[in-house]
Design a protein around this ligand. Structure first.
Ligand code: PLP
Length: 373
């Protein structure tokens, strides 16, 4: 048996018969960039996450860039973010000439620790970027409270968490800005790159629309320095169709996650394998990833590869240890981020994953520890 980490062809097979009209609609319109297809996607995503405003753009990284530009982040500013995450948020902070300040995570959720955040705030702090890792929201109530007390805007990086909820509120409706990605490994993905940023404030939404089109405020008049970060109509058409399936796909991911957890726990592996925990305030985990903490991670990963089971390590090197930030970063010791980077392992999880495939993955893991002890 083979179990890939992700099987986009399996998803495509389920929508193959419906997708053609969406693609042809764009071909017939010959309207390729922004336009009615993108506007419709923006309205549908805004309704889905219960956001006031949604602005589509070219990628999740650009969504972060646009939000930071709108906050006026630049040289001399600090932006606080999680040390255990994908590089995008910290990267755009550095590109704008500001300094990323990394704080540690809560060990159970893998997300930004609000107490560490509070200790890291200084007069230079210009924005805070919590990340909703693996499909679960960060501690947004606590983070939002701290940010409000200090008058600092929050940009929630929900690239992995479209549809996730914290205390009944969706990512997209909790922060001044929330960013999403439609990269092919995300739970809602296009036929290429894509992204979106939601905004609470109407004036901010208008500025974000301008920023994604060269800061153009009227034809060939540029109020601000922006960029080219427009979404293609073709991507919007694909995403609109897939959005109709997202709740069913999320339910399947949640079922598979529960199945993994009960099967792994039944194997009596003790603390060699720690299954994902839902925080008390997590009302919906969308399981973009199913991530374990495991003992002998790299050896287990090699064993699973021999069993033709795909796995991933999100992420093996915390951001404060990245070579590209060597000159920017002062806080060198973030123990929970380092512990997570050394022990996490994500298993195959996608809606179409078969029950036999899942059982096989668990068998392979149990066989590894039976042999190792
Ligand atoms: C994927 C991802 C991004 C970047 O999204 P792109 O669309 O690939 O630019 C940013 N942050 C996190 C946490 C991600 O997982």
């Amino acid at each position: 048996m083979r179990v890939p980490l992700l099987d986009l062809r399996a998803q495509y097979a389920t929508i193959r018969d419906e997708i053609e009209p969406s693609l042809l609609r764009v071909a017939e319109s010959q309207s390729f960039i922004l336009g009615p297809e993108v506007e419709a996607l923006e309205a549908e995503i805004a309704a889905y996450v219960r956001a006031e405003h949604a602005i589509a753009c070219a990628s999740g990284t650009d969504a972060l860039l646009l939000a930071l530009l709108d906050c006026g982040v630049g040289p001399g500013d600090d932006v606080i973010t999680s040390a255990f995450s994908f590089i995008a948020a910290a990267e755009v902070v550095a590109l704008l000439g500001a300094r990323p300040v990394f704080v540690d995570i809560e060990p159970e959720s893998f997300n930004l620790d609000p107490d560490a955040l509070e200790r890291a705030i200084t007069p230079r702090t210009r924005a805070i970027i919590p990340v909703d890792l693996y499909g679960q929201c960060a501690a947004m109530s606590a983070i939002g409270g701290i940010a409000e007390l200090h008058g600092i805007p929050v940009i929630e990086d929900a690239a992995q968490s479209l549809g996730a909820e914290h205390r009944g509120r969706r990512a997209g409706a909790m922060a001044a800005y929330t960013t999403f990605s439609f990269y092919p490994s995300k739970n809602l993905c296009g036929f290429g790159d894509g992204g979106l940023v939601t905004a609470r404030d109407a004036a901010a939404a208008q500025r974000l629309r301008e920023l994604r089109s060269h800061g153009e405020s009227e034809r060939y008049v540029h109020a601000r320095v922006g960029t080219n970060s427009r979404l293609d109509a073709l991507q919007a058409a694909v995403l609109r169709l897939k959005l109709e399936h997202l709740d069913a796909w999320t339910a399947a991911r949640q079922r598979h996650a529960a199945d993994y957890t009960s099967r792994l726990q039944a194997r009596g592996l003790g603390d060699a394998v720690v299954t994902p925990r839902l925080g008390a305030d997590t009302s919906r985990h969308v399981f973009n990833q199913y991530t374990l903490r495991v003992r002998e991670r790299d050896a287990l990963r090699a064993h699973l590869q021999e069993c033709s089971v795909g796995t991933a390590v999100y992420y093996p090197l915390p951001l404060h240890r990245q070579p590209c930030f060597r000159r920017l970063v002062s806080n060198a010791h973030l123990p929970e981020s380092e512990r997570a980077a050394a022990s996490v392992l994500s298993l195959p999880l996608y809606p179409e994953l078969g029950a036999e495939q899942l059982a096989y993955v668990v068998d392979c893991i149990a066989a590894f520890y039976a042999r190792a002890v």
